[in-house]
Design a binder for this molecule. Structure first.
Ligand SMILES: *[C@@H]1O[C@H](CO)[C@@H](O)[C@H](O)[C@H]1NC(C)=O
Ligand SMILES: *[C@@H]1O[C@H](CO)[C@@H](O)[C@H](O)[C@H]1NC(C)=O
Ligand SMILES: *[C@@H]1O[C@H](CO)[C@@H](O)[C@H](O)[C@H]1NC(C)=O
Ligand SMILES: *[C@@H]1O[C@H](CO)[C@@H](O)[C@H](O)[C@H]1NC(C)=O
Ligand SMILES: *[C@@H]1O[C@H](CO)[C@@H](O)[C@H](O)[C@H]1NC(C)=O
Ligand SMILES: *[C@@H]1O[C@H](CO)[C@@H](O)[C@H](O)[C@H]1NC(C)=O
Ligand SMILES: *[C@@H]1O[C@H](CO)[C@@H](O)[C@H](O)[C@H]1NC(C)=O
Ligand SMILES: *[C@@H]1O[C@H](CO)[C@@H](O)[C@H](O)[C@H]1NC(C)=O
Ligand SMILES: *[C@@H]1O[C@H](CO)[C@@H](O)[C@H](O)[C@H]1NC(C)=O
Ligand SMILES: *[C@@H]1O[C@H](CO)[C@@H](O)[C@H](O)[C@H]1NC(C)=O
Ligand SMILES: *[C@@H]1O[C@H](CO)[C@@H](O)[C@H](O)[C@H]1NC(C)=O
Length: 273
């Protein structure tokens, strides 16, 4: 256990060394590098001079004895940071709820990320609905595009339990490089024929592995309001080829591993040797 901790500290230190080379001013030792149980390695940081640029700023919200880390530019709770370029945050679920009078509660969701993008390999767009179309409108490499899915079911017995079959639950992929998106919902019949078992429609972008559909979700998503979302992060905005032209700022010097281009947005990463 102690050995394991020592090894992971050295790995963290190593990652720090790789990335610190790119920073104009290196983080000082007075930087606070944790918040609650989350450790915050460079290029992430909690105060000026401690992070690579403001997309890596994490603020620690101390309330009633517990500390919650927020990714500052999008105000989402940070769950985990990994130095190989992944960042897990807690994303919100969009919903529309109806009763016999019509729409009673609506919460669309909009996320705007600075230089990070949504991992297109690990996340899916999911809708849990029986009388709804759910729309995903995103910016992917500067292109504004819209996709979505719809599902109509007239009886709970037609819903397949346990996995997202297309009846009661539908799922679609996310393209590469999405940095901004909006999740919106609309209904065909105000849920009037399905109110008893499906008063609300839900739509969310999140880690595929973090959600399994259950027919119990058709009611209120079992009160779930968030889902883990995996973001990709990288250093800078240049490709390896361009970054190599300036050896002073180039992060992947021989001892620190090979440069590889980041294929889900701008920037590059160093592969630890
Ligand atoms: C900090 O937490 C409190 C209570 O949960 C909340 O009201 C406040 O908005 C949070 N601050 C930020 C910056 O998220
Ligand atoms: C939040 O609490 C932690 C631990 O209790 C402390 O180290 C940190 O300085 C606090 N941060 C702020 C901004 O008050
Ligand atoms: C950040 O999120 C919290 C809840 O997670 C919310 O209370 C707060 O108003 C948000 N702040 C901003 C600036 O959006
Ligand atoms: C966070 O990521 C690290 C490294 O990838 C992993 O070892 C750890 O289990 C993760 N923690 C959580 C809570 O997901
Ligand atoms: C529907 O919900 C609204 C808001 O909660 C409430 O005012 C209204 O009475 C409800 N209508 C019915 C038919 O339950
Ligand atoms: C896409 O374009 C529409 C119409 O101009 C706009 O309302 C929407 O906010 C854009 N979407 C994103 C994710 O920027
Ligand atoms: C989803 O189901 C799979 C297979 O049954 C299981 O391994 C996994 O832990 C489940 N995930 C969640 C978040 O419940
Ligand atoms: C959801 O919340 C309601 C009201 O707060 C509660 O009665 C119900 O038991 C909760 N359901 C689950 C699955 O936690
Ligand atoms: C991050 O985005 C901001 C604003 O778009 C830009 O000024 C900055 O250069 C970017 N940083 C990196 C590391 O790409
Ligand atoms: C890359 O970022 C630098 C500063 O962070 C900025 O001056 C430059 O214009 C950016 N280049 C591109 C192609 O976005
Ligand atoms: C190379 O990078 C260093 C450090 O960022 C910078 O000071 C210098 O101006 C850059 N040189 C060129 C030719 O861009």
């Amino acid at each position: 256990m102690a050995l394991h901790r020592l090894l992971s500290q050295q790995l963290l230190l190593f990652g720090w060394t790789i990335l610190a080379v790119t920073a104009a001013s290196q983080p000082s030792s007075s930087c606070i590098n944790s918040c609650g149980s989350l450790s915050i390695p460079y290029p992430f940081g909690t105060s000026e001079g401690c992070y690579f640029d403001e997309s890596f700023l994490i603020t620690c919200n101390n309330t009633s004895g517990s500390s919650t880390p927020f990714l500052r530019h999008c105000n989402l709770t940070v769950l985990n940071i990994s130095l190989d370029g992944e960042l897990r945050v807690s994303n919100f679920v969009a919903r529309n709820c109806y009763n016999n009078s019509g729409l009673v509660d609506s919460d669309i969701f909009h996320l705007s990320l600075l230089n990070f993008s949504i991992s297109y390999t690990k996340n899916k767009f999911t809708a849990v609905v029986c009388d709804t179309f759910v729309i995903f409108n995103g910016l992917s490499r500067g292109q504004n595009y819209t996709t979505g899915c719809l599902s109509l079911c007239d009886h709970i017995n037609s819903v397949v339990n346990g996995y997202c079959s297309g009846i009661g639950c539908c799922q679609t992929s996310i393209p590469e490089g999405v940095t901004n998106f909006i999740v919106g919902l609309g209904s065909f019949n105000y849920h009037s024929t399905v109110l008893d078992f499906n008063p609300c429609g839900f739509g969310f972008v999140g880690e595929e592995d973090a959600y399994n559909f259950s027919f119990l979700d058709l009611k209120f998503l079992q009160n779930r309001t968030t889902i883990p979302l995996l973001l990709d992060w990288a250093v800078g905005n240049e490709s390896c080829q361009d970054a190599k032209r300036n050896l002073t700022s180039y992060a992947c010097k021989a001892a620190y591993g090979e440069c590889y281009n980041f294929n889900n947005g701008p920037g590059y990463r160093c592969n630890a040797p």
